[in-house]
Design a protein around this ligand. Structure first.
Ligand SMILES: Cc1cc2nc3c(=O)[nH]c(=O)nc-3n(C[C@H](O)[C@H](O)[C@H](O)COP(=O)(O)O)c2cc1C
Length: 270
C-alpha cells in the first residue's frame, strides 16, 4: 500500500533472461521516467526466480477455490505481494506473437481471478517488448490477472539486434507517455464506474455461477454475496438494462455449453 506518499509498484518480469533481458531495461527506463514525476518505489519480481510451478490443469482453483490448489509454491506469496502494491506492471517479451512461457504460466496459475476477481483498487500497466506482433502480446498480457483496471499499454521495440536512432526515440517517447499515464492513474483512488463490457462480464459470471453451481461451487459462493456489481458503485440504469438484455441473449446463444440438468432436478420439474 501507499506509504509516506510514495506509490508502490510491483513489476512482474516475464522474460526467462531476468535482469539480463531487454524487458528489464525497458522497465528501468520507465521507472526513471516515473521517478521524475514524484516519489515512487519499484519492486521487481522475476518470474524466472520465483517458485511458481506449471499449472497441473486440475481446475481445482477455479471450481473449488484457490486454497485447494495441490501445488505448494510461491503463488500465495505473490498474491500477498500484489496486495501490498498500488500498481502492477506486467512485462513480457513477445514470443511467437504471444507472452513468454513464464508469463503464460503465471496467468494460468491466476486463472481463478477471472472467475472471482479482486484487487479492484490496483492499477495495471502492460509492457511488451520485442519486434513484430506486440499488439498480440499486449492482448495476451491483458488477461494475466482478473480484477484490476488496465490503465495503459506500452510496446517497446527491442529486436535481437541494435536499434536505429528513430526506433530509440520512439521507445523514449512512448515510455514517457506511459509513465505519465500510469503515474496519474495511481493518484486517482476512486473506483471506476463499470463499462458495458465490465457489467456484461459480471452478469455473465454471476448467471453462470448459478447455472453451474454444482461444478463451480467457489464461484457460486462468491457471486451469491454480490448484487449489482463487484463493488458498490453507481451504474447508469440504461446501461444496466442493456447489459441484462445482452446477457440473456448470450446465455441463449451459448446454451449448448451449459451443463445438463441433474437427474433429480429433472424429475422434480416433471
Ligand atoms: C522463443 C522466442 C520467440 C520469439 N518470437 C518473436 C516474435 O514472434 N516476434 C518478434 O518480433 N520477436 C520475437 N522474438 C524476439 C524477442 O521478442 C526479442 O528478442 C525480445 O527483445 C526479447 O526480450 P527479453 O530480452 O526481455 O527476453 C522471440 C524470441 C524468442 C526467444
Amino acid at each position: 500500500m501507499r506509504t509516506e506518499n510514495r506509490f508502490k509498484v510491483l513489476v512482474l518480469v516475464g522474460s526467462p533472461k531476468g535482469k539480463a533481458g531487454n524487458g528489464y531495461s525497458a522497465i528501468q527506463n520507465l521507472e526513471a521516467e516515473m521517478s521524475k514525476l514524484g516519489p515512487i518505489q519499484f519492486t521487481y519480481l522475476f518470474l524466472n526466480k520465483v517458485d511458481l510451478k506449471p499449472c497441473l490443469g486440475c481446475f481445482a482453483c477455479v471450481s473449488r477455490g484457490e486454497n485447494l490448489c495441490p501445488l505448494k509454491d510461491d503463488r500465495e506469496k505473490i498474491e500477498a505481494l500484489i496486495d501490498e502494491h498500488d500498481g502492477i506492471i506486467l512485462s513480457s517479451p513477445g514470443y511467437v506473437q504471444n507472452v513468454s512461457g513464464l508469463m503464460k504460466n503465471f496467468s494460468d496459475r491466476f486463472a481463478y481471478t477471472h472467475h472471482r476477481p479482486k484487487y479492484f483498487q490496483k492499477k495495471v500497466l502492460l509492457v511488451a517488448n520485442g519486434g513484430a506482433g506486440l499488439d498480440k502480446t499486449l492482448s495476451a498480457l491483458s488477461l494475466a490477472i482478473g480484477g484490476p483496471k488496465v490503465v495503459g499499454k506500452l510496446a517497446v521495440l527491442s529486436p535481437p539486434w541494435p536499434l536505429k536512432d528513430k526506433a530509440k526515440s520512439k521507445n523514449e517517447k512512448n515510455t514517457r507517455a506511459a509513465a505519465t499515464k500510469f503515474y496519474q492513474s495511481l493518484k486517482d483512488n476512486v473506483l471506476p464506474s463499470p463499462t458495458l463490457t465490465d457489467l456484461l462480464m459480471f452478469k455473465f459470471f454471476k448467471a453462470t455461477s448459478k447455472e453451474c453451481q454444482t461444478w463451480l461451487p467457489a464461484d457460486y459462493e462468491y457471486y451469491s454475496e454480490l448484487e449489482g456489481y463487484y463493488y458498490r458503485v453507481k451504474v447508469n440504469p440504461v446501461k444496466r438494462g442493456v447489459a441484462a438484455v445482452i446477457v440473456r441473449l448470450v446465455g441463449f446463444l451459448m446454451r449448448d455449453i451449459g451443463p445438463p440438468k441433474l437427474q433429480g432436478a429433472q424429475e422434480k420439474q416433471e
